[in-house]
Design a protein around this ligand. Structure first.
Ligand SMILES: O=P(O)(O)OC[C@H]1O[C@H](OP(=O)(O)OP(=O)(O)O)[C@H](O)[C@@H]1O
Ligand SMILES: NC(=O)CC[C@H](N)C(=O)O
Ligand SMILES: [Mg+2]
Length: 489
């Protein structure tokens, strides 16, 4: 997953983009970048690392201009090299910079097409650079540069690109162009604020970025919609893809997004609380006379769900693991070696919360099993009498291909295993997974604004369809070992 943000302001926007990226940092810890438009120049700075490490004051001062975009990256395609940090730039037509959250599933075919038919060179292995070149070609085909022609170019992207994408881009001489894939798999939200110089607009992956910058959340960008916000602050929008099923990514609610974000009009915090209620009810159903003494969350993401489970079961909730606040999210780290080491460095138990107790550990999800395996052992070492583990999401058994880096089914602990087998492998005394229907109901909430989701990593059903051989190629290219080799070279 990556974080994206774009602003059309009435004064320089680089500092606001920087602040916005810092609250989107949980979506990508590997690279960051900002591009601004100043007159007829695009200014760009990007590199590997956290937002705070990529930019310093002199670089920020060079990022002048009232229109800009920013990106923080968690790679799902290509390499983790700094040349694949975003935004990407092409000088023709007009000069375009673009930042992408998501993942394309027809990158190889598009790459050939872009080279052979559109006479464009792609310089990296990134799917996002391919998407930028498709957009650039489609815009070139339009001739004139107007909001209408930019929207027509986005329609061309929708026709040619398959997969998950939320995009912010800037076109010199026009302004900001933002759009979302026809199924609305990846999130994108629009905000507005009144400044001394007039109205300002922002679009971002999550509403938390709007909150901290003082933009009011106006609405989510619709699936298949393109927004053009000119540098003068006019907003033009149109849905420019054939109507398709809206299937927001359910894993955003399970793990990715910050709980203080609203996504597709659903509060992430409330969705996680409802996941806890559903899971608590399941525990009660399965073991009405359970012997759980204490519920302990695995910080950070599982807290909302864990608290609700404890409330429902009427047992104590205790923060039994203390998290080192200087270590980032483990799941989105690039290699398994790094992930394994980080869990122990990051989480340390308070033994008195475990000693002689039957503990129910709660996590939001179990993906590779890296976290749970170590945590269960830590709980035992700390003296727990029995260790149960509850996952607020169902077993993750299938690859995610729309922007979450779970490309290799063989690396998923529940792939090809029954729940009982996973329980044995992880070494806990009882493993309880959320049911998929309960998860979807929990996210949909009482308003049921959305009842269909991209739940592919749980169900193996892919809304875009998948071409034969794709998973095999993906697994080969992006399993942990191949990534490690690529990084070493
Ligand atoms: O089964 P695994 O492969 O270990 O992946 C799942 C774990 O990774 C995530 O935590 P992470 O440390 O990334 O972030 P968090 O602090 O937001 O919970 C998630 O919340 C689970 O704890
Ligand atoms: N996680 C993402 O959204 C990744 C964006 C893009 N596919 C990349 O690898 O850079
Ligand atoms: Mg976690």
């Amino acid at each position: 997953m990556c974080g994206i943000i774009g602003i059309v302001g009435t004064s320089d926007v680089a500092a606001a983009l920087y602040d916005g990226l810092t609250v989107l940092q949980h979506r990508g810890q590997d690279a960051a970048g900002i591009a601004t438009v100043d007159g007829n120049k695009i200014r760009l700075h990007k590199g590997n690392g956290l937002v705070k490490d990529v930019f310093d004051a002199p670089q920020m001062q060079l990022l002048t201009g009232r229109v800009g975009i920013g990106h923080c990256r968690y790679p799902t395609a290509g390499s983790a090299g700094s040349d694949e940090a975003q935004p990407f730039y092409v000088n023709s037509p007009f000069g375009i910079a673009l930042a992408h959250n998501g993942n394309l599933i027809n990158t190889d075919a598009l790459r050939r097409e872009v080279f052979e038919q559109d006479s464009r060179n792609i310089n990296t292995e990134s799917d996002s650079e391919v998407l930028l070149n498709v957009f650039a070609h489609e815009l070139q085909e339009q001739g004139a540069l107007t909001p209408k022609s930019a929207i027509a170019a986005v329609a061309g992207v929708h026709r040619r690109c398959k997969g998950g994408y939320a995009i912010v881009s800037m076109v010199l001489g026009l302004g900001l162009v933002a759009f979302r894939d026809p199924n609305g798999i990846r999130p994108l939200v629009l905000g507005k604020r009144e400044a001394a110089g007039g109205v300002e607009y922002a679009v971002a992956s999550e509403s938390v970025a709007l909150d901290i910058l003082g933009f009011a959340r106006v609405r989510d960008v619709a699936p298949g919609e393109a927004l053009v916000i000119t540098s003068r602050g006019e907003l033009i929008s149109e849905i420019c893809a054939p109507a398709a099923k809206h299937t927001p990514c359910i894993f955003e609610y399970v793990y990715f997004a910050r709980p203080d974000s609203m996504m597709d009009d659903i509060s992430v915090h409330k969705a996680r609380m409802r996941m806890g209620v559903k899971l608590g009810e399941k525990i009660q159903r399965l073991r009405p006379d359970h012997d759980i003494d204490v519920v302990i969350p695995i910080p950070d993401t599982s807290r909302d769900a864990a608290l609700e489970i404890a409330n429902l079961l009427g047992v104590k909730y205790r923060e039994g693991f203390i998290k080192n606040r200087y270590i980032g999210r483990t799941f989105i780290m690039p290699g398994q070696g790094e992930r394994v080491k980080s869990v122990r460095r990051k989480l340390n138990p308070i033994p008195l919360e475990f000693k002689d107790r039957v503990v129910l550990l709660v996590d939001d999800s179990i993906v590779r099993g890296t976290t749970s395996e170590q945590i269960i052992q830590m709980a035992r070492d700390a003296g727990a009498r029995k260790v149960y583990l509850a996952s607020a999401a169902p077993p993750v058994r299938f690859p995610n291909v729309y922007g979450i880096d779970m490309p290799a089914a063989s690396e998923l602990v529940a792939h090809g295993r029954t729940e009982a087998e996973v329980q044995t492998l992880l070494g806990c005394d009882w493993l309880i997974y959320q049911d998929i229907a309960d998860l979807e109901e929990a996210v949909a909430g009482p308003k049921k604004k959305h009842t269909t989701f991209d739940s592919s990593c749980f169900t193996g059903e892919y809304v875009t369809g998948i071409e034969p051989g794709y998973f095999e190629r993906l697994q080969q290219a992006r399993n942990d070992e191949s990534k490690l080799k690529r990084r070493a070279s």
